[in-house]
Design a protein around this ligand. Structure first.
Ligand code: CTP
Length: 408
């Protein structure tokens, strides 16, 4: 059980002023029960929502709010706490604290400790749905992501305002599980079956010529290798990619054409928990394939009639069961967000990875990529800076982990 991994770990729990602060009591109790040492920092506003006494009793440590204890003048060192921490979790994280963290406004103990923290920081936002949906919040959360924070996405449901939408802090049990998995080095993908398509497809014209594209397969292979490293059983349906290597646990099914890729993907899809469609599938194939080489003089061919290939993503999207997750890619040159969102809906995907072609160092053939993740469940898009494809694969899989049910 991954909770054992929390034994003896130093966890700083940051609490902001939001209704969800009462749930943080449960989080602290779970951490203490798992053998962790907990230091709680509250923002001044948090004290309006839950008493320091509750959290100090549960954590067994005084709760820190001020830089000084007023009557003794005792100085609380944010640097010390930042160095002491093996992880910091901010729950609930309000819009204003998220903004302060993103810009370095260090006017309270929580934000100064965050800035001094060398350990992994988890952020569990909680706010009203309009605040959550505001572009400012999305921008600030993306800044925190770029700075290395793990965002524990808020759930949808009834909010304190009685409005219904996304903004409710994730349940303390789920936050606890994310921390436990982090320390256990375990992933909710462990034991799951992942189907990944990668590379281009080649559509034969004759035995020596084909219609294809510039995809190298690097992104799909990076996802396959990282998923296998996280303990998933991986089936990689791969178009022709040349010399890419996979780790031992990946089963590679080599295919050439879109029709072959669809047949292989449909076979594996029956047992797939998560499917990631990273292949650049040719949209058309020649209506007729010549079984001998077309000769310039004799055949005099000037036009190739094309027919539409099957859309693998849309075909699987139409068959998808409730417990299956489907992730696609989109490579767009104009109106990227609109086109990617349209594809997400049309193909019944749960998430789409928007690839940048316009940024230097991103796209076909490069070892780096720059992506934005767009979700079907209404959460804000997540943008990442230019990273290696291995790092992008980790970002994509971290977000896929947040899409699948965590063990309770
Ligand atoms: N895809 C697929 N089968 C196809 C075409 C695309 O599975 N025949 C998948 C890709 O692997 C990717 C997503 O669908 O995950 C979007 O691919 P893209 O080529 O951008 O979509 P298209 O529907 O072909 O749209 P466009 O008109 O932009 O080419």
């Amino acid at each position: 059980m991954s909770a054992q991994a929390l034994q003896g770990k130093h966890i700083v729990v940051g609490v902001c002023g939001g209704i969800a602060a009462y749930k943080t009591a449960t989080l602290v109790r779970l951490l203490i029960k798992a053998g962790a040492e907990v230091q709680v920092i509250m923002t001044p506003a948090a004290r309006e929502f839950i008493t320091p006494l509750t959290l100090s009793t549960l954590s067994g440590n005084p709760v820190i709010t001020e830089f000084f204890t007023a009557n003794t003048g005792e100085w609380h060192s944010h640097v010390q706490l930042g160095l002491w921490a093996d992880a910091m979790v901010i729950a609930p994280a309000t819009a204003s604290t998220i903004a302060k963290m993103a810009t370095g406004v260090a006017d309270n103990m929580l934000v100064t400790s965050y800035l001094s923290c060398r350990a992994q920081v988890f952020v569990a936002p909680a706010m009203d749905l309009d605040m959550m949906a505001h572009p400012t919040t999305a921008r600030n959360l993306n800044t925190l992501r770029s700075d290395g924070c793990i965002i524990i996405e808020p759930a949808a449901g009834e909010l304190a305002s009685h409005l219904v939408g996304r903004g409710r802090m994730e349940e303390p049990e789920r936050i606890f599980e994310r921390l436990a998995q982090y320390f256990a080095g375990s992933s909710s993908l462990a034991g799951k079956h992942l189907l990944i398509t990668a590379g281009p497809t080649y559509e034969r014209i004759d035995p020596v010529r084909f219609i294809g594209n510039f995809s190298t397969g690097k992104m799909g292979y990076a996802i396959a290798n990282e998923a296998a490293r996280r303990g998933a059983r991986v089936t990689l349906v791969s178009g022709p990619v040349g010399e890419l290597s996979t780790v031992d646990d990946v089963t590679v099914v080599p295919v050439e054409s879109a029709e072959q890729m669809l047949a292989a993907a449909e076979k594996a899809f029956a047992t797939a928990d998560v499917t990631v469609l990273a292949a650049a599938v040719a949209d058309y194939r020649p209506a007729r394939q010549f079984d001998r080489k077309i000769k310039r003089e004799h055949d005099g061919i000037e036009q190739i009639e094309l027919v539409k290939n099957p859309d693998i993503a849309a075909t699987l999207g139409a068959q998808k069961a409730d417990n299956q997750r489907l992730v696609g890619f989109a490579l767009e040159t104009d109106h990227p967000m609109e086109h990617a969102a349209e594809k997400l809906a049309r193909k019944h995907l749960d998430m789409i990875v928007l690839n940048s072609l316009s940024d230097p160092g991103a796209g076909f053939g490069f070892d780096t990529n720059k992506v934005t993740l767009i979700f079907a469940d209404g959460r804000q898009p997540a943008s990442f800076p230019l990273k290696t494809k291995a790092e992008v694969a980790a970002d994509i899989l971290n977000n896929i982990e947040s899409l699948i049910e965590l063990p309770q």
